[in-house]
Write a protein that binds this ligand. Sequence first.
Ligand SMILES: [Zn+2]
Length: 316
Amino acid sequence: MAVVNSVSGPIDTADLGFTLMHEHIMVQSPGVKENLPVMDREAEIQGAVQKLKDVQAHGVKTLVDLTPADWRDIPFVKEVVARSGMQVIVATGIYWEVPHYFRAFGLRSIDHIADLFVRDIRDGIMDTGVRAAIIKCATDEIGVTEDVERILRASGRAHRATGVPISTHTHAASQVGLKQQDVFESEGVDLSRVIIGHSGDSEDLDYLRCLMDRGSHIGMDRFGLDMLLPTEKRVATIARLCEMGYAEKMVLSHDAACYFEWADPALRKQVVPNWHFNHIPDDVIPALRDAGVSQEQIRAMTVDNPRRIFERQGSY
Ligand SMILES: [Zn+2]
């Protein structure tokens, strides 16, 4: 039996079930709500609990919260998990807008950053008792800057020290997933233990196949963000890749959040009405079936691949 650490403690990987591999309980810029009265905490906890109960009723059993360490609020997540009963796995790691503490200028070593990630995974996050079980790192349109590269290298080293998987944010249009793979490879990372995220924003089959042919999984993980790419096109890309034999290399998600500070909730509902946790079970899976994707392939992308990713364990 393989075990993975969740917010509520260790769980058997056989019990992961239908897993959304890239979501968030809370997306909130570092320091804002801690210092300004912008959030009603209790109301937001209640709202999040409702959303997680709702998605469980739609058949989703586990949610991977890929909020990096500089953005997360583990006590909030812990409370939401306790009240909703959702299985949630949380991450360590740092976002692409690298905080000053981690930048090259300050001369703190890459190994020091890796040690902080390892601590989150082995000992737990601060005094919450919650252990991270995945490493998040990010590269956006500006690419692998010196500071971003430090975080990618620290992520690779923490991965090799702990064996937990790496899952990334990318700007797919500029194909930075390949550059992330280059950095990981130079750190001796087995690319099959990496998920290159936000790949579903791209319809470029050559790019996507190249990422997978190098061994990585890809995150088709922004369903509902139609202004980046509409659902029909995301579905057609996945169907085509399934036909080509890549069902074992893809995982599905929305990159949605219970609490999302970047935009007013009313505006969000108007601009991206399908950007919520139920969109995949309600709309995407029927659309994949209509596009010729088999039940086994759907099961691979929603259940078996997540399980396999978390079952590849051990340092190396
Ligand atoms: Zn995300």
